[in-house]
Design a binder for this molecule. Structure first.
Ligand code: AMP
Ligand code: MG
Length: 184
């Protein structure tokens, strides 16, 4: 399974809690794998610098990370925590281009969503990250673009696309929905 959501929506939290409850799944973060590679090469120090690298560099690192995670997925049930699209200074970069999908072969693509205003407030409250300063309208656009990207990935792989809402006060419900998805 692949789990996604715009930065700050809580996709990692929802996925992590669901994986903990279900058992038998490994939760792996695509950004962590990319960060290790990019750090080793001396390109970045922090995760929020990756999307500001030249797109060609991002895609090269993305490919190596994809291989690593696909390899792990062959011997374990892995939930890959990643993004449908990455909002780079040069535009949206696809998180799962065809050559990555071919290796990962996801059966389910999960989109965790919330109202743009909720995402905005969560970003403002998270001092641990260097999130982009975006308006609610821009967050809304990103979520729409992610839906379109997810459906394109589904068309290429036959994966299903599940949209789960993670509204304020609704974390438990979102985790429950994700648990159900992982338990199928
Ligand atoms: P995250 O902690 O999930 O926000 O991931 C940190 C960073 O890793 C993101 O801001 C992206 O720059 C990068 N990243 C994560 N997944 C992908 C992917 N599938 N393709 C390209 N970059 C990614
Ligand atoms: Mg995340």
């Amino acid at each position: 399974m692949v789990s996604t959501g715009v930065p700050g929506v809580g996709a990692t939290t929802v996925t992590g809690e669901a994986v903990e409850q279900v058992g038998g799944w490994t939760h792996r973060n695509y950004g962590n794998v990319m960060l290790e590679i990019a750090k080793e090469e001396g390109l970045v120090e922090r995760r929020d610098q990756i999307r500001r690298l030249d797109p060609e560099q991002q895609k090269r690192i993305q490919r190596v990370a994809g291989r690593t995670l696909a390899e792990e997925g062959r011997s374990a049930n892995v939930v890959v925590d990643t993004h449908c699209t990455i909002n780079t200074p040069k535009g949206y970069l696809c998180g799962l281009p065809e050559w990555i999908l071919k290796e990962l072969e996801p059966d389910v693509i999960l989109l965790v969503e919330a109202d743009p205003e909720e995402v905005l407030a969560r970003r403002t409250g998270d001092a641990s990250r260097a999130r982009d300063e975006q308006s609610a309208a821009e967050i809304s656009e990103h979520q729409e673009v992610n839906r379109m990207a997810a459906l394109s990935y589904a068309a290429l792989t036959g994966a299903t696309v599940k949209i789960i809402q993670n509204h304020d006060g609704g974390l438990e419900e979102a985790v429950g929905d994700t648990v159900a998805l992982l338990s199928e």
